[in-house]
Design a protein around this ligand. Sequence first.
Ligand SMILES: [Zn+2]
Length: 311
Amino acid sequence: MNFVGITQYHFSQKFKLVPVLAFTLIGIIISIIAGAIYMVSSYYVSLMPLNIVILFAMIYGLSKICKWVRQSSNCRNYRVNITITILLCLVAYYSNLVTFETLFFYKWSEWGELFKSPTDVYSILLNDIIPNRMIKISRYTNSSIIRISGIWLVIFYIIEFFAFCLPVLSVEKEYHFCDECRTWHQHHIFIAIVDEKISTAIKQSPSGKYANILANVEFYENNAEFQTKKKELFSRFPSDIDSVDILIFHYYLCPKCQKNGVLTIVCQRCVRNEQGELHVKEYSYDNHLVDNIYLDTSTEQFFTDLKNKIK
Ligand SMILES: [Zn+2]
């Protein structure tokens, strides 16, 4: 889709090597500690359901660490961010493995020595652990304990490895950033149901001038509140109107200078079914009315006021 006459926000893909390296180094240290803590806790629990809970907590924590590194180093480059995230995930997994083997075969004082020798770490895993280790699944009575070993243990380790890599999925492709203030834009979401005429007017409006078009529209910030009110909001439209639009406004604004607001509007078309009720016809994240555009002064003010009013 072309947005003629509209200035689109440009994703710069910029990054500076020194902060990226510095924060990645800090991230590596934190990931090593996180991997070791994960292993120590799951080692002493040694019960599959609880291990899975600990694993989920680990994935969540690791995602936060990776996000912190990406944000703190002000890196807007997707490939660099993916690389940082993969690296931190692998480091955390490796640290977990080293800790596991230390608990089985070594003293804590030897942890550092083992960490520096990846070949030893993998040969111990393949030759000593997988053929001999078992994991308990339940412990009601001794006779009903289920243990996994051999090939099932290999599958468990493979799943665990991929679970450690899940934070890679949380890397975003688009980063809104204020180059003047060197800070990330805040993301605000507003939802509204509008007549199709308003969507058309937005599409045809040049240079991000939407303040007048949206002046009488009722906005919701909370999706749960919007969903509970949706039926009532639909009923406000006369029955001769066959289609209405749910518009989701993504507004990005620098928290420091409060300038250069960027807007994306996603449109969900709703049509009447045979019973005469409005329902969402098609849902798509790509159905953009406008895509990352700069706004004129009055529209920017409109959304800034809306943000302050709703929050
Ligand atoms: Zn700024």
